[in-house]
Design a protein around this ligand. Structure first.
Ligand SMILES: CC(=O)SCCNC(=O)CCNC(=O)[C@H](O)C(C)(C)COP(=O)(O)OP(=O)(O)OC[C@H]1O[C@@H](n2cnc3c(N)ncnc32)[C@H](O)[C@@H]1OP(=O)(O)O
Ligand SMILES: CC(=O)C(=O)O
Length: 528
């Protein structure tokens, strides 16, 4: 139990402060307020909203956040110890921190002698006075104070007496928490554990850990710190942060709860983790790392046939936790590495009743392997896969037939290139002959095909192309290279993906486009 909450470890989220120090991240004020709300819903104990003395946006955040209701989280304002050589009352950062109205302050102070001398260019004694003055001043003002001992591990390794003296000074001045920071992210897990066990002999205030990921050890170091006695873990969602980032709370939290049996979120909140992680990536405009442990879309995606075969018998064979515990879900991918099990699993998702005794199942697997050898990739094209499978089992026939297709591209010195497509298709016993222009040849083809088919299949007008990706498969062939086209389409209720492969980009696009339209028409005719 930590504080008045029934928690074994408290989570201190610094996505909005240290996370925003990550390259490529720039939150707007609105983004920050939305993320704070999401973090409160997730149930973290502290949300570090920013450094009020740093910029007007952060200060405004604290003004606005006061009007919001938080159920689980305390909003924290970040700042440094007072400047060297000035009285605390004259320090602008501390003045602005008080103006922000935050009830909890996180103050970073130097604990590595080298940093005091080289970065602050002051004396070791003055640094101790800066720590004491700042912590005691804020405590006198009634704030909760978290003291972040910057570069603590490097400091301890180089001069343990001074590093400990800094912690003791903060503790004596009334710090509610003393947080040990691996600021440069270079400390090894065994060093973290050993040093914290030593610190515990001298410091009675509750300890926290703040680890950076420069040696890819931030999550491990945070867990080791908890084992050694820290009861607060600072980190960021998705590991955003300065340089290589901070400890990824999306891994720290489930490891604490599920592996170490330590409660760090209110009951029932862990299952919101995946949704919160993706929401924050989206707002940060950062691509979500697919194989991010626990919360990546690929974290529970199974591709190898041997894995899927065992998984169907018991999920524990290839999953370390139940994906739903963190709000994620299992996915099975079909590819050239599949066995019958992958296809059976996928067929179940498609509501198809097939079994491994049926020779057609093996035939479809064989066809998939041959097509992947030609460059198709079905793991990202579920709709093409379902059509293939249904075709293999006699459950589907194309909705139209192509008679012929012509595309004309025209360019002169004076004019931009223009594209026009002409198509003749047969539906039943009717032939449709149309022409259409487009922004490029694929767009002209798409417009023309839709125009030809909408009279018989008006639902096509509800379908949109939402993504179009081209991958060159054998770049060494230059402009004669084979390409793979992946198309994502959607209607009001769903999204689906299809694939085409050819040396000719128009042919590859045609295959993906035709699959996309056929898929929509097939789905619309299936019983709900
Ligand atoms: C480990 C961390 O992540 S700490 C957080 C780092 N985050 C940031 O720096 C983002 C926000 N920072 C800012 O907006 C600006 O740097 C400000 C407003 C804080 C300061 O801006 P400036 O006054 O122009 O100073 P500048 O950024 O050039 O240098 C930092 C100053 O802080 C001093 N400083 C650094 N750490 C501390 C500390 N713990 N206590 C007191 N002063 C400190 C430095 O000595 C330097 O002072 P100097 O200008 O007298 O040499
Ligand atoms: C406080 C902090 O952000 C650090 O030491 O990394």
């Amino acid at each position: 139990m930590v504080g008045n909450k029934k928690l074994d470890v408290v989570i201190y989220d610094t996505t909005l402060r240290d996370g925003s120090q990550g390259e490529g991240i720039s939150f707007s004020l609105d983004d920050k307020l939305k993320i704070a709300k999401k973090l409160d819903e997730l149930g973290v104990a502290y949300i570090e909203g920013g450094w009020p003395g740093s910029n007007p946006k952060d200060l405004e955040f604290f003004r606005q956040v006061k009007n919001m209701e938080f159920k689980n989280s305390r909003i924290t304002a970040f700042s440094s110890t007072r400047k060297a050589g000035i009285p605390i009352k004259q320090d602008n950062n501390i003045k602005t921190l008080l103006e922000s109205g935050a009830q909890t302050a996180a103050i970073f102070g130097k604990s590595w002698d080298f940093h005091v001398l080289r970065a602050l260019e002051t004396t070791l004694e003055e640094n101790l006075r800066m720590v004491r003055d700042t912590v005691s001043y804020l405590k006198d003002k009634g704030l909760e104070v978290i003291f972040d001992a910057e570069h603590f591990f490097d400091g301890y390794i180089n001069n343990p007496d001074y590093a400990l003296q800094v912690l003791k000074t903060a503790e004596e001045a009334g710090a509610d928490w003393v947080v040990l920071c691996d600021t440069n992210g270079g400390t090894m897990p065994w060093e973290v554990e050993k040093i914290i066990l030593e610190v515990k002999k001298h410091i009675k205030a509750p300890l926290g850990i703040h680890a950076h990921n420069d040696s890819a050890c931030a999550v491990t170091n945070s867990l080791m710190a908890v084992r050694a006695g820290c009861t607060q873990v600072q980190g960021t969602m998705n590991g955003f942060g300065e340089r290589c980032g901070n400890a990824d709370l999306c891994a720290v939290i489930p490891n604490l709860e599920l592996k170490m049996g330590l409660r760090c979120l209110p009951e029932g909140k862990l299952k919101n983790l995946t949704e919160a992680a993706h929401y924050i990536s989206e707002i940060a405009n950062m691509p979500h790392y697919n194989n991010q442990p626990f919360v990546g879309y690929g974290a529970f995606a199974h591709k190898g046939g041997v894995h899927v075969s065992a998984l169907l018998k018991d999920a524990l064979t290839y999953e370390h936790i139940n994906p739903e515990d963190v709000g994620n879900h299992r996915r099975v991918l079909v590819s050239e590495l599949s066995g019958l099990s992958n296809l059976l699993y996928k067929a179940r998702e498609f509501n198809m009743d097939i079994n491994n005794y049926d020779a057609r199942t093996r035939e479809v697997i064989k066809m998939i392997k041959e097509l992947e050898n030609q460059g198709f990739q079905f793991e990202g094209a579920d709709a093409s896969l379902e059509l293939l499978l249904r075709k293999g089992f006699g459950q589907y026939e194309d909705f139209f037939k192509l008679n012929n297709l012509k595309i004309i591209l025209e360019k002169s010195e004076e004019d931009n290139i223009t594209s026009e497509a002409m198509i003749k298709v047969t539906v039943g016993d009717k032939v449709f002959h149309t022409a259409a222009e487009g922004d490029g040849p694929v767009n002209a083809l798409d417009n023309c095909l839709r125009k030809a088919l909408t009279e018989v299949y008006p639902e096509i007008s509800e379908m949109h192309l939402t993504d179009y990706k081209v991958r060159v498969l054998n770049g060494n062939e230059g402009t004669a290279a084979k390409v793979r086209v992946l198309i994502e389409s959607s209607d009001q209720t769903s999204k689906w993906s299809t694939v085409g492969v050819s040396e000719n980009i128009i042919e590859a696009s045609w295959q993906a486009l035709v699959d996309s339209i056929n898929y929509l028409l097939m789905k619309r005719r299936m019983p709900k």
